[in-house]
Design a protein around this ligand. Structure first.
Ligand SMILES: Cc1cc2nc3c(=O)[nH]c(=O)nc-3n(C[C@H](O)[C@H](O)[C@H](O)COP(=O)(O)OP(=O)(O)OC[C@H]3O[C@@H](n4cnc5c(N)ncnc54)[C@H](O)[C@@H]3O)c2cc1C
Length: 487
């Protein structure tokens, strides 16, 4: 890798210095005889696709410690990879070479929660599920929810500008994050941990860190606006005979459910079958879904259970009794357990994909009408190259699912193993398809290492030039997550 020429490797002297900043158990280094297997979880990404060779993992407990480590690394030109829960899907959270990993896992305290305003201030290493549980006792929910909530951290969520299942209702983190505290690449602490809803005092620097994927600094704390927990939530799974019905259905669901609609999630038949095969959530009865080409999960969140249920029941009966029904069947959750297992079906797809094989993951924004065309065209592309089939090094399945309400399709190609041939068949094919529809090559997962070479499909030369200028201004030595986002 080109950037490696400008960066230093960690030495024993560096490790001795880190051990002065941190207590010994917070320094894990093969240079101090730690078995390299102990570093595997930090060197390998969630998909098993990207692998680094870091010798040293540091686990600071305070912002001051992060600052001292970063200052030293900057002076020594040592590359740094900030790591949260390591659930990222674009290879951003693991080293490319032997950069030092700074894991935020020990910075996991809630700093404050105000039940009146709903503003939560937490260390960056707090796991999303732990924050969800913490504020549940105050009848609040996090404005974001994703399948990786048991492992991903709020600092990682902010750094990837994670979308997830609630974006339709509560908007993006660019709106709900009110402030951040970050350590800049020279070790300076940037305290922008505001709890103000309104603050128009010049440039809003925190926005730069939302989605920066650790390339501008290390987020050490986050202030975030959390909504009150809805009094009532419900969901329904709808089976559709054709993809063409998804858009009319979305319009009808929005019209009938209006303010209580909180999610509208799509999965094609292959994605559904895969989730069921790998035991994710509750399957619908086989005879009910015969001939269904795809499924939609609709969630409502509102203030009064009877009112919301009546709306959902009316929706279902009008959909089923129409002369040319958009759906073949619809199943409404009858209990909290059913509600969770219906969500598990949709949320569990990522997990099911990883159990099925090695996944090439494309997370794109394209017009809703193009979702199926994109999946079909990708399948055709692989077929034309002779890469679809059962054998070793072949593609087993191509699936599409995602957040219809946000125009975000997850296109996953599942193979028996990663091969250059499959990669070449998919890229730039998928990116060209996306660009031809003025879409985005990354709707919510980020660029990481996976898509640096493809940034120009979604960003103009002028935008990329200014991104590079910003990076150079913050991080002139290029130590912060080298090789990620920008080539
Ligand atoms: C089962 C599953 C379901 C998922 N569902 C969704 C989904 O619905 N929507 C979605 O958007 N994503 C989803 N993801 C992807 C992933 O969970 C998100 O990108 C998440 O926000 C990453 O958080 P993390 O703490 O694991 O970060 P990591 O994976 O550790 O890091 C991700 C990036 O952020 C940087 N980073 C991490 N912490 C910090 C920090 N404190 N300061 C600076 N940089 C930092 C890393 O360097 C890296 O570039 C899913 C992943 C899985 C495995």
């Amino acid at each position: 890798m080109l950037f490696k020429r400008f960066l230093s490797s960690v030495t024993r002297t560096d490790v001795q210095h880190f051990t002065k900043i941190l207590s010994p158990p917070s320094v894990l280094s093969t240079l101090q005889n730690a078995p390299s297997a102990e570093l595997d979880i930090y060197n390998n990404d969630w998909m098993g696709k990207y692998k680094g060779s870091s010798t040293t993992v540091l686990k600071p407990k305070t912002t001051q410690q992060v600052s001292e480590i970063v200052k030293w690394c900057n002076e020594r030109r040592i590359g740094i990879v900030p790591q949260g829960g390591n659930t990222g899907l674009v290879g951003g959270s693991v080293p490319v070479n032997d950069e030092v990993v700074i894991s935020l896992q020990n910075m996991n305290s809630v700093r404050s929660f105000d039940p009146v305003s709903g503003i939560l201030v937490a260390d960056a290493g707090c796991v999303l599920q732990a924050l969800t549980d913490h504020i549940a006792s105050h009848d609040h929910i996090m404005p974001l929810d994703l399948g990786a909530k048991g492992s991903c951290q709020i600092g990682g969520n902010v750094s990837t500008n994670a979308g997830g299942l609630r974006l339709l209702r509560y908007g993006s983190l660019h709106g709900s994050v009110l402030g951040i505290e970050a350590v800049l690449p020279d070790g300076t602490i940037l305290d922008q941990l505001s709890t103000l809803r309104k603050d128009n005092t010049g440039y809003d620097l925190k926005q730069l860190f939302i989605g920066a994927e650790g390339t501008l600094g290390i987020v050490t704390a986050v202030s975030i606006l959390t909504p009150p927990a809805p009094e009532a939530s419900n969901n329904v799974i709808l089976a559709l005979p054709h993809f063409n019905n998804v858009l009319p259905l979305y319009m009808e669901v929005k019209r009938q459910l209006s303010e209580i609609l909180s999610a509208f999630e799509y999965m094609d038949r292959t994605a559904y079958d895969l989730a069921v095969k790998h035991g994710q959530g509750r399957a619908l009865a086989d005879d009910e879904i015969e001939g269904a080409e795809c499924f939609v999960l609709v969630e409502t969140s509102g203030g009064k259970r009877e009112h919301d249920e009546e709306k959902l029941e009316t929706l279902l009966s009008t959909l089923l009794s129409a002369s040319n029904p958009l759906i073949t069947t619809g199943v409404m959750a009858q209990s909290p357990a059913q509600f969770s297992s219906m969500w598990a079906l949709r949320e569990g797809i990522t997990e099911a994909v990883s159990k099925e094989g090695k996944a090439y993951k494309y997370d794109i924004s394209i017009p809703l009408s193009k979702f199926k065309e994109c999946v079909d065209a990708t399948r055709e592309q692989l077929r034309s190259k002779g890469l679809l089939g059962d054998g070793d090094g072949m593609v087993k399945a191509v699936i599409g699912y995602g957040h219809v309400g946000d125009g975000n399709l997850h296109l996953n190609v599942i193979a028996t193993r990663y091969t250059q041939e499959i990669q070449d068949a998919l890229e730039p094919f998928v990116y060209e398809f996306t660009a031809s529809h003025r879409g985005s090559i990354s709707a919510e997962h980020g660029i990481g290492l996976m898509k640096t070479h493809a940034l120009q499909y979604s960003k103009s030369d002028v935008s990329i030039t200014w991104m590079k200028k910003i990076k150079a201004l913050f991080d002139p030595n290029g130590i912060m997550n080298p090789g990620k986002v920008l080539e």
